[in-house]
Design a protein around this ligand. Structure first.
Ligand SMILES: Cc1ncc(COP(=O)(O)O)c(C=O)c1O
Length: 472
């Protein structure tokens, strides 16, 4: 299996070559040259794999279709270390929770940081450690976080050989729970830097350090950003696991509703569908930041300016530009890299907007995509309704997914709403909706009282660089 860039660069690379990379050299995103195609018999075999051997083996079988430069014995061992009861608290890893007839949640948030990002990050941690060991290299991951991504990266990388994490966060601006999650980690390879400033200051510092190519090279600085192909690939697996749990045989179809921001999660659903998984609809759910909903309704993709990006109560979906979206559009355009380069490399870069032709827009239906958006009032109402009728507490992002899913339901087609975080992470809005604190997993009770390990620093690039030099 070789990988190409959506913008037409002539290089063809193998999985391990793109694993530690971000964008392709021409600014495009990596995708496999072709998607493996599974017929009904192959799907039936995978159903048995999940039933008899569990999620880790299903992950191994699917990942093997895309990774041919890691020996099977090693890849299987990594899948087992990433996906087990100890890490995810359940044997099923991604169990379904039925709500209404034909409507269910797929729990993706049972990992260490209570959000679906663990599903990909846990595998990425295994793959990074393995590949760095094989090459005899080290990697210093530098990132900025307002809470979620940083903690998923730290929990995936903690204790891994060859990897250190330097995570910048705005001092005293994360929730006490988020702070406790990150700062209570005592692993020597995890460095929490609490910057006296806001999230943008943290991000500016990361950009400044990464733009200093000499520093970046000397200190082996890398990232774990959401455009990484391996992250997306790991997410493909739970679409299969959801499908097999919700159906009895391969003649049945299901739909998925996906709370979306950067379009990573739902893009994994698109890949699963391209492989032949019988997915009827992929419902793209946004909050008030409705860049993607607007696109699916009109064919116009218009990125927002920072001032136009709303701060909402489903904050992980507050995006102005969907960094993974180019992958889907490349497929939609029949893999025309010239047209993709024009839309993303020129039109989005220069004018912040592009519109599909009528003919291009008409193709969207055959890819199963539909969409909708949700507001703060919708979230509160959906959280209340779900709690009242089913006794289930959901978080604000999952509420966006559930609200948008309902009008797209069809008789005889199960609708799986991806639960992307647990309510404990967004306690303030849960209290607003229900008047009580959300449930918290037993293991995390009292986490705020654990000893914390972090360094407070002025928003100063030179000081961050000096810290990295001293600890890398
Ligand atoms: C809880 C939660 N829900 C939904 C999303 C959106 O996922 P994506 O950015 O892959 O579309 C994110 C990620 O940013 C998230 O953290």
């Amino acid at each position: 299996m070789r990988y190409l860039s959506t913008r037409g660069h002539p290089d063809r690379k193998r999985f391990s070559e793109i694993l530690l990379e971000g964008l392709a050299p021409d600014g495009g995103l990596y995708l496999p040259e072709q998607y493996p195609k599974l017929d009904v018999a192959a799907l039936a075999e995978l159903r048995v794999v999940l039933r008899d051997q569990g999620y880790a083996e299903l992950a191994f079988q699917l990942l093997s279709m895309f990774i041919d430069d890691i020996p099977a014995v090693d890849l299987r061992a990594m899948c087992r270390r990433a996906y087990n009861r100890e890490v995810f608290g359940t044997e099923a890893i991604v169990p379904l929770k039925p709500l209404d007839d034909g409507l269910m949640l797929q729990a993706l948030s049972n990992g260490p940081t209570l959000a679906f990002k663990d599903m990909a990050m846990q595998m990425l941690g295994q793959l990074f450690e393995y590949e760095l060991g094989r090459r005899g290299q080290v990697l210093n991951i530098l990132g900025a976080t307002s809470g979620d991504t940083g903690s998923a990266a730290e929990y995936a990388m903690k204790g891994k050989k060859g990897v250190k994490v330097f995570m910048l966060s705005p001092h005293n601006r994360m929730s006490p729970f988020q702070q406790a999650q990150m700062f209570s980690l005592q692993d020597a390879n995890i460095h929490n830097i609490a910057v006296d400033g806001v999230f943008d200051d943290c991000q500016d510092i990361v950009k400044a350090v990464s733009n200093d190519l000499a520093f970046k090279g000397r200190w082996h600085i890398g990232t774990v950003n959401s455009i990484n192909w391996a992250r997306l690939l790991a997410q493909v697996v739970y679409y299969f696991a959801g499908y097999f749990q919700a159906t009895k045989d391969e003649s049945q179809r299901v739909s998925f509703a996906v709370p979306s921001g950067n379009f990573g999660n739902i893009c994994a659903g698109h890949v699963a569908r391209m492989m032949g998984l019988p997915i009827e609809r992929l419902v793209c759910a946004t909050n008030e930041n409705d860049v993607l909903d607007e696109f699916f309704r009109t064919g116009t993709y218009r990125v927002r300016k920072t001032a136009e990006t709303h701060e909402t109560s489903s904050p992980s979906m507050d995006i102005s530009k969907a960094s993974n979206f180019e992958r889907f559009v490349f497929d939609l355009l029949g893999r025309d890299s010239g047209r993709t380069r024009d839309l993303f490399g020129h039109q989005v870069e220069r004018q912040g907007v592009f519109s599909l032709s009528t003919d291009e827009f008409a193709r969207i239906g055959s890819y199963g995509f539909v969409s909708g958006s949700s507001s703060h009032a919708n979230r509160l109402e959906t959280i209340r309704d779900t709690h009242r009728r089913f006794g289930v507490m959901i978080d604000t992002h999952t509420a966006d997914g559930l609200k948008v899913a309902r009008p797209w339901m069809q008789a005889g087609v199960p609708m799986l709403v991806l639960e992307t975080a647990l309510p404990a992470k967004f306690a303030q809005t849960l209290v607003e909706a229900l008047g009580c604190e959300p449930d918290r997993p037993k293991a995390l009770e009292g986490i705020e009282n654990l000893p914390k390990r972090f360094t407070v620093m002025a928003p100063d690039v030179a000081r961050v660089k000096a810290y990295i030099e001293a600890h890398a």
